[in-house]
Design a protein around this ligand. Structure first.
Ligand code: ZN
Length: 315
């Protein structure tokens, strides 16, 4: 029987905000605003906040070209490579930030491997990072690295990556395309970045301006695909950039629709007892408070589901 822990573990570190240059276009304040919000909730004891260690080089190269990893770690990426990642102005703090971010994902993975249930990292979902280059605010691919660790280190046979961010999980798809046991499912807006799409095992596309109803129909399809695969683990990219208020998404999803999405995913995890790791993903609403609301809903729903998940297993 797993050791009893109070609250759903969420890995978080102040460097998630501070490691990004204050002048970057990326809304770095979303991390600190979200943790403050979660801590201010009446039932904030439903979360257990933990600080991640830095991921090691050997963990990164399980999913990435060692040459790219070393260039990043040594501050030797070219201007072109940095521009493609887009977290500019570049700062050396991005190196420890990226290692903590990857460490948070790996710690959440290790937690659910050992204890079951649901755990999360309050950053990441870096699905645009490819084997040997970064892209779209993503440097290393936490989803792909965690899938490969689960398969190769923890000897899992079937891991499903359920990517419900408004953008396609192109890096995840390419890194895992020839990996037996990893199922990549991406639900995204077809008219959005990346404009040259990769090929996931399943790509479910929505047209721009799609409504809650159209979105949730595809979410249900994605969940049905995941269940048929009978996964031992789900890696859930839970980006909320499909919100109507998002500056980068092109969908028309309400806060309620986004909540319903999360409910459907976590219901599946609880009902089928599938350990699940939550990766935060995109969210760029203007004002950012709409993004914070939706992520607050996400982690609250995850904690509530984790409570039911772990209680049903300790009887
Ligand atoms: Zn996104």
């Amino acid at each position: 029987m797993p050791a009893h822990i109070d609250g759903m573990p969420i890995w978080y570190h102040p460097i998630y905000t501070e490691g990004i240059h204050p002048d970057a276009r990326f809304p770095r304040e979303r991390y600190v605003e979200l943790i403050n919000r979660l801590k201010s909730l009446r039932n904030s004891n439903q979360f257990l906040f933990l600080e991640p260690n830095k991921a090691s080089r050997s963990e990164l190269v399980i999913g990435h070209d060692p040459y790219y990893v070393d260039n990043f770690l040594n501050g030797k990426l070219s201007d072109k490579e940095i521009k493609r990642i887009g977290l500019t102005p570049w700062t050396p703090k991005l190196i420890p930030r990226t290692l903590r971010l990857m460490g948070g994902a790996i710690a959440a993975l290790n937690h659910v491997v050992e204890n079951g249930g649901i755990a999360g990292n309050m950053a990441g979902g870096t699905h645009h990072a490819h084997y040997d280059f970064g892209s779209g605010y993503c440097i290393f691919n936490d989803l792909a690295v965690c899938a490969l660790l689960a398969l190769q280190k923890h000897n899992y046979e079937r891991v499903a990556i359920l990517d419900l961010d408004v953008h396609q999980g192109d890096g995840t798809a390419t890194i895992l395309q020839n990996i037996d046991g990893a199922l990549t499912i991406s639900l995204h807006c077809q008219e959005n970045f990346p404009f040259r799409k990769a090929v996931s095992d399943y790509d479910l596309e929505l047209e721009a301006n799609s409504s809650d109803e159209q979105f949730l129909q595809k979410v249900n399809q994605a969940i049905d695909i995941a269940i048929k695969f009978n996964p031992q683990l789900i890696l859930y990219q839970a980006g909320v950039d499909g919100l109507a208020t998002d500056a980068l998404g092109k969908l028309n999803i309400s806060r309620e629709g986004m909540s319903e999405r999360n409910k459907l995913v976590f219901e599946m995890a609880v009902k089928h007892s599938i350990p699940t790791v939550v990766f935060m993903g995109g969210g760029y609403s203007k004002p950012i408070s709409h993004t914070i609301d939706a992520f607050c809903d996400l982690f609250t729903a995850a904690a509530e589901a984790n409570n039911r998940f772990t209680n049903s297993h300790s009887e």
